[in-house]
Design a protein around this ligand. Structure first.
Ligand code: HBI
Ligand code: FE
Length: 263
């Protein structure tokens, strides 16, 4: 196990000892994923997480996520990032790169700007089935990868990465991080039969997916990029509010204006 780095500049997450093995990471923080190295009990845990979360999707996840997740056919084993990335790149030009866990902002934004989505290569252990501090491969792959097949979201995340690389100063980067948080991580979209989740932090979490869609305490606000970029967020509990977009195309159009203004 290599030295555990502290990454104080990782978004709003506090600088804490990270659990991944960063010793074998390249300069851009990529690590090789060895799909054959996962143990049978890890594949079993992936299947458990996948089946448990999939059962919660009807009536809560947006249509595009459900259709895209089905097309990935990733329910039985921990996904092979190379193989799944080849499928994704044919759809929206995105690839998947393995990372040891949280990586510094600049490395993260640099990958997004080049349509490479960083996916943590380790899976949470059996004691973390309901909550995990750092994103693991279940959060990153199950939560984020299906939406990378949706063109407007795929374009938005690439534009977000580019805007972050251009952003000057902490305030601009904090405003952009909030935009990412309230959309790509905790975003809601209005569909014909109701409000549905498209954010990875909701789609990969049993409790918060139910809370965001069903709880009377979950405040739903119409998406407004300026208000989103002025809204603080919490990384250690349910969000106090959620923003609802009318469509992914509206999100991309409105956020694009905000991205160019903020960077
Ligand atoms: N690193 N691996 C990884 N995954 C993330 O989601 C991530 C990161 N580094 C920085 C970061 N996110 C934040 O800057 C964004 O959430 C805004
Ligand atoms: Fe995430």
């Amino acid at each position: 196990m290599g030295a555990r780095p502290l990454l104080p500049e990782v978004g709003d997450r506090s600088a804490h000892a990270l659990r991944g093995d960063y010793s074998r990471a390249h300069a851009d923080y990529r690590v090789d994923q060895d799909p054959a190295a996962y143990r049978p009990d890890e594949h079993r845990r992936w299947r458990h997480l996948f089946e448990r979360q999939s059962a919660l999707l009807p009536g809560r996840a947006c249509r595009a996520f459900v259709d895209s997740l089905a097309a990935l056919d990733c329910g039985t084993r921990i996904p092979d990032l190379e193989r799944q990335g080849a499928h994704l790149s044919r759809l929206t030009g995105w690839r998947l790169v393995g990372v040891p866990g949280l990586i510094p902002d600049d490395a993260f934004f640099g990958h997004l700007a080049c349509r490479r989505f960083p996916v943590t290569v380790w899976l949470r252990d059996a004691t973390e089935l309901d909550y995990i501090v750092e994103p693991d491969i279940f959060h990153d792959f199950f939560g984020h990868v299906p939406m990378l097949a949706v063109p407007a979201i795929a374009d938005f995340i690439a534009a977000f990465g580019e805007a972050c690389l251009r952003a000057r100063g902490d305030e601009a980067r904090r405003r952009l991080a909030r935009l990412y948080w309230y959309t790509i991580e905790f975003g809601l979209v209005r569909e014909a039969d109701g409000v549905r989740a498209y954010g990875a932090g909701l789609l990969s979490s049993p409790a918060e997916l139910r809370h965001a869609i069903e709880s009377p305490q979950a405040v739903h606000l119409p998406f407004d990029a300026m208000q989103v970029m002025a809204s603080e967020y919490r990384i250690d509990g349910f969000q106090s509010r959620y923003f609802v977009v009318e469509s992914f195309e509206t999100l991309f159009a409105e956020a694009r204006r905000a991205l160019s203004a903020a960077s």
